[in-house]
Ligand binder design. Structure first.
Ligand code: GDG
Length: 481
């Protein structure tokens, strides 16, 4: 059987403009999906990242792209506004207030409609259309109303919140109905799948099949609703393990991580943080806990140093500008108290590093600090472990990440609790080689056995089933209202 053409829709195209053309964006997800798009004769639809850029089809290295042009106003209201100032904070435990503006919602709906119309026009017959993430939650139903032949999948990369938080959203029913247009809706964790299914029941009168687990190890559960049946399940995402391991094993990496240790003054322990500068990532709490341990003399700035890479992100959104100021204030304050001439205790980089520089940094980091308040998965935790071919290094990991479901041999911590953070950091710093090796071996065994290509295949295999057998099995039988 010839595979169905694969069409991807995401806010961003997998390419970036350069001075002399296009460059493929980094990241395991892009690398896993692009060959599937090309081999099946599909297309990738999204925005170039530049205001008022081209609209329509073009090709990069043999891959068909379809650009959706966004105006300055659309970027402000659909992207920075509704997506990143309403949905993002609400879906991350409402740790910042969301703005609820009817005009942002209106623009979000209009942009989603443009994606749906363009997909309906561009998708080959019988295509599998895989829609990615919270920017495009209305697209499944908008597309379904125009095309009956295609399979529609949606994957939510960020958490899907509990009903009591989701209920704050003035457009809550519209969002659930939008997602129910898909044949398959995937989440990072079981609880996201359960939150969604519960909300579909509450807000739209859908019936959920409770006998089958909505869990990652079982088949997805089913939601019966007015428009049909939507399969729902957990699909924890992973990384391109092969790429990270190959880079980590390279001679240049070895030379570089030795050089990094040397440049940092050969400290006994390098603690490391690598995050987009996002208020969900818990960077400030991590810095404060480190500073408090230095203040109390439980860590020593001449032996223990912290490297924090903070990648610029969403600089047009107020909460992000405020977060940057707060983090830079903390870095200055802690260095002011504890640095010696020529030797800061926190090395702070506000920039994005190429992966070829990030991997040696992971290898140089003795303790990796991943302390988000809430995170859909967190790929940094998985990348760190994948680089540690030496079975060394300790991962301190927030309980509030999707990654914590699998990575139970990390030092798990509640990042809201400063004493717990301090004690997790000390546990990691003081851990003996034997325990470090045992924990890292178990973590590596878990992470390296599931890579992102396998994740994509699993999602697409379930999406491809022309008739979900469960749909027939349960039709007309005892569904629990
Ligand atoms: C969303 C969800 C979910 C970061 N700084 C640099 C750099 N990075 C790369 C990391 C990693 C990626 O960015 C960040 O991924 P995360 O998973 O940690 O977080 P989000 O960006 O918030 O991603 C998240 C993910 O989607 C996938 O579903 O896990 O929960 O929020 O790959 O390496 N890469 C390079 N230089 C940097 O400076 N090269």
């Amino acid at each position: 059987m010839t595979p169905r053409p694969l069409v991807i829709a995401a806010n961003r195209l997998p390419v970036m403009r350069t001075t002399d053309g296009w460059e493929t964006s980094p990241g395991g997800l892009v690398r896993a999906l692009l060959p599937m798009v090309t081999e099946t004769g599909g297309v990738w639809m999204g925005w170039t990242g530049v205001p008022d850029d081209l609209e329509g089809k073009f090709e990069v290295d043999g891959v068909a792209m379809h650009s959706i042009s966004l105006s300055e106003r659309e970027i402000e209201e659909y992207y920075e506004g509704f997506s990143n100032d309403t949905i993002w904070p609400l879906y991350h435990d409402a740790i910042r207030d969301s703005g609820y503006h009817a005009s942002h919602w209106q623009t979000y709906s209009e942009v989603n409609q443009r994606f749906a119309d363009a997909l309906a026009a561009a998708a080959p017959p019988d295509a599998m259309i895989w829609i990615h993430d919270y920017h495009l939650q209305l697209v499944p139903a908008m597309l379904r109303s125009q095309r009956n032949d295609v399979r529609i999948g949606y994957f939510n990369h960020i958490p899907f919140p509990p009903p009591e938080l989701f209920a704050r959203l003035p457009w809550r029913t519209e969002i659930i109905e939008g997602l129910l247009g898909a044949d398959l809706v995937g989440f990072q964790r079981d609880r996201g799948a359960r939150n969604f299914a519960g909300l579909a029941e509450q807000l739209t009168g859908a019936q959920i099949e409770i006998d089958h687990p909505l869990g990652r190890d079982g088949s997805p559960g089913l939601v019966h609703h007015a428009q049909g049946i939507t399969a729902v399940g957990a699909f924890p995402i992973s990384i391109d393990v092969g790429e990270i391991e190959t880079l980590s094993a390279g001679r240049t990496t070895r030379q570089q991580y030795n050089a990094i240790r040397n440049r940092l003054g050969e400290p006994e322990v390098i603690l490391l943080g690598v995050d987009r500068l996002d208020y969900t990532k818990g960077i400030g709490n991590r810095l404060s806990a480190f500073g408090a341990l230095l203040d109390e003399g439980r860590l020593d700035g001449s032996r223990h140093i912290l490297v924090q890479v903070a990648t610029p992100t969403r600089e047009g959104v107020d909460h992000y500008r405020e977060e940057r100021h707060e983090i830079e204030r903390l870095v200055g304050e802690i260095n002011g108290r504890h640095a010696r001439l020529g030797f800061p205790v926190i090395h702070y980089l506000y920039r994005s590093l190429p992966l070829e520089e990030l991997v040696p940094l992971y290898r140089a980091g003795d303790v990796m600090l991943v302390t988000p308040f809430r995170d859909g998965m967190n790929l940094v935790a998985k990348e760190y472990v994948a680089t540690r071919l030496d079975d060394d290094g300790v991962l301190v990991l927030s309980e509030f990440t999707g990654a914590a479901d699998e990575m139970t041999e990390a030092v798990l911590v509640n990042p809201h609790d400063e004493e717990a953070l301090k004690s997790a950091i000390l546990t990691a710093v003081e851990m003996n080689r034997h325990e470090r090796r045992n924990r890292m071996r178990s973590l590596r065994a878990k992470i390296t056995s599931h890579d992102v290509a396998e994740w994509a295949r699993r999602f697409l295999n379930i999406l491809e089933q022309p008739e979900n057998p469960k749909a027939q099995e349960i039709s007309g039988t005892g569904l629990t209202p």
